[in-house]
Design a protein around this ligand. Structure first.
Ligand code: MN
Ligand code: MN
Length: 336
């Protein structure tokens, strides 16, 4: 794992010199991996949507989220950290994967993530549809062993097959569990809602060991209550956070493959993530942004800010100050 060790990290292009609408098209205008060589964190694009069941288009997610990330600034006041300064963050480009064969694409994603892991400490991926979580978890488990999972989504994504296909955007977490990639009793869904195929869907998922906080549960638990459940459920286990942008209400994320009414606001999602700084985050993805359905970059701006929130969480593990007081301070901070 690459560590900064006090060396000066190369951050985004200086917005005082190059206006934000100009400059590189990398995430947050960060340097490319090839320029830096190794990094603490890599942002990786996976432009694959061959596993979608309804609206396609998430293959255009990485480029749209990068375009919407140009306004991200150096300092995160909510977590009191500078995510591009305390750690070296790079853009590792896109995984070259075929749009014509799911198995080949999934294999290419896993191999790319595995070789990237040799050069960087952590990977935050921009999808792509949710299929990509499976090969990313395979790569991650090859390094850390089974991991805890916090899965933000309107949907369970633990279905078995669809049109007989075992690997789709509705099945990654059932497959991951079958393959032993997940830590039993450390897996959660957040934001589940909407109609289901049948009354057995939820109990079946529960039998697989997942715990669910539905979108409606958020009303009674509140942002802090949800975060408390998450933190106690995952403990200090290596944690993967998978965020399907459809966890947000279509008002906050209209550009997604399978929209469901009654979702989270972007403030609620950012607020929950912000309270997870005591977890041991080792990898994350933000998936299912389908730019052809977007308006005024609503969805890609939300996704870019969610990626920034994840980078800030990773930055906290690089911060020199001790952890205990952090969570207590959070409510008093104004958000960015
Ligand atoms: Mn979903
Ligand atoms: Mn999903």
């Amino acid at each position: 794992m690459a560590e900064s060790n006090g060396a000066v990290n190369i951050g985004p292009v200086d917005a005082a010199l190059v206006p934000r609408f100009a400059g590189p098209s990398t995430f947050a205008r960060l340097p490319e991996l090839g320029v830096v060589g190794t990094a603490d964190v890599a942002v990786l694009g996976v432009p694959f949507d061959g596993g979608t069941s309804y609206r396609p288009g998430a293959r255009f997610g990485p480029q749209a989220v990068r375009a919407a990330s140009k306004l991200l600034r150096p300092y995160h006041p909510g977590l009191d950290t500078e995510p591009f300064d305390v750690q070296q963050v790079v853009d590792a480009g896109d995984v070259p994967c075929t749009p014509f064969n799911i198995d080949s694409a999934v294999d290419a994603i896993e191999q790319t993530a595995r070789s990237l892991q040799e050069r960087v400490g952590r990977i935050v991926t921009i999808g792509g549809d949710h299929t990509i979580a499976l090969p990313l978890l395979r790569a991650l488990a090859s390094r850390h062993g089974p991991v805890a999972l916090v899965h933000f989504d309107a949907h369970l994504d633990t279905w078995d097959t669809y049109f007989d296909a075992p690997i789709t955007h509705g099945t990654p977490f059932r497959r991951a569990r079958e393959e032993g990639l997940l830590l039993d009793d450390h897996t959660m869904h957040i934001g589940i809602r909407g109609s289901l195929y049948g009354r057995d869907d939820l109990p079946e998922d529960e039998e697989m060991g997942f715990r669910t906080i539905s979108a409606m549960d958020l009303d009674s638990l509140g942002i802090g209550g949800v975060a408390d459940v998450i933190v106690s459920r995952v403990g200090s286990a290596p944690l993967y956070v998978s965020i399907d942008i459809d966890v947000l209400d279509p008002a906050h994320a209209p550009a997604t493959g399978t929209p469901e009414a009654g979702g989270l606001t972007s403030r609620e999602l950012l607020g929950i993530l912000r309270r997870m700084s005591d977890t041991n985050l080792v990898g994350a993805d933000v998936v299912e942004v389908s730019p052809p359905f977007d308006h005024a970059e609503i969805t890609s701006v939300a996704a870019a800010n969610v990626v920034y929130e994840l980078l800030a969480l990773l930055a906290k593990s690089h911060s020199p100050e001790p952890a205990p007081a952090r969570r207590a301070e959070v409510p008093a901070q104004s958000s960015s």
